[in-house]
Design a protein around this ligand. Structure first.
Ligand code: SF4
Ligand code: FES
Length: 248
């Protein structure tokens, strides 16, 4: 396949970025999107040009690093997959592909397609954990009965990989799908209920401090989420936040 790529190039956060056109030939439909980007970068390096910076690690849909906005959608045109799982067979010979970084004030561009998502880490640090007494008297987690329904819901929430596609797809750059998944994965389990009240308040406050917007209720985040995280997590987080605010 022969493709035209329009890629956002930005040397660093202080400089202005712009779209640059690249032509690429001999792209196999069996290549992954990132392999196509590798091929482009090899061509650029051979010509003595600066390769396009983009994030990646596992390349199998686990780490959440490959944050690319492809033809107007985070992780591209396919559903329930990350950019690294996207294959070039989704495109046609002669297509133009527009590739941009995930855009949000709370995700400043580091270079080209690489954004700083450490705001997510700070939200996690604000409450995305449980405290355990490890003095030797810790109860074996397997001895605590957990309702199957709640266990499944907690597991579904825990599949969030922190990629940020929910933020990139939201017109308010809201992080509520991410934060609600992290809140829910603990609050549904007995081990997480102990600190549930502080957790939801601290994580939501940190989310606001980082500059993420409020939920628009349009549901774009759920559609674009590679892990199918449900909007019901946002409803659960809102209920918990209200309850915790009233109770103090
Ligand atoms: S909720 Fe979905 S889109 Fe948002 S960070 Fe988690 S996995 Fe990514
Ligand atoms: S590189 Fe890890 S999810 Fe894509």
């Amino acid at each position: 396949m022969k493709l035209k790529l329009k890629i956002w190039r930005q040397p660093n956060n202080e400089s202005k970025g712009k779209m640059i056109n690249y032509d690429i030939d001999n792209v196999s439909p069996d290549m992954s999107f990132l392999e196509m980007m590798d091929m482009l970068n090899e061509n650029l390096i051979n010509k003595g040009e600066d390769p396009v910076a983009f994030d990646h690690d596992c390349r199998e849909g686990i780490c959440g690093m490959c944050s690319m906005f492809i033809n107007g959608e985070p992780h591209g045109p396919d559903r329930l997959i990350t950019t690294c799982q996207l294959h070039m067979r989704k495109f046609k010979d002669g297509d133009t592909i527009i590739i941009e970084p995930f855009r949000a004030n709370a995700f400043p561009v580091i270079k080209d397609l690489v954004v700083d998502r450490s705001s997510f880490d700070r939200i996690q640090q604000a409450g995305g954990f449980i405290s355990i007494n490890t003095s030797g008297n810790t109860q074996d987690a397997n001895t605590i009965p957990v309702d199957k329904y709640d266990a499944d819901k907690a597991f579904d929430a825990a599949t969030c990989i922190g990629c940020g596609a929910c933020v990139a797809s939201c017109k308010n750059a809201s992080a509520m799908l991410f934060v609600s998944a992290k809140v829910s994965q603990f609050s549904l389990l007995p081990q997480g209920k102990v600190e549930a009240r502080d957790r939801v308040l601290n994580m939501v406050n940190q989310m606001d401090e980082e500059g993420f917007g409020n939920c628009t209720n349009t549901g774009a985040c759920e559609v674009e989420c590679p892990k199918g995280i449900s909007l019901e997590n946002i409803a659960r987080m809102n209920r918990e936040y209200l309850w915790s605010s009233i109770k103090g």
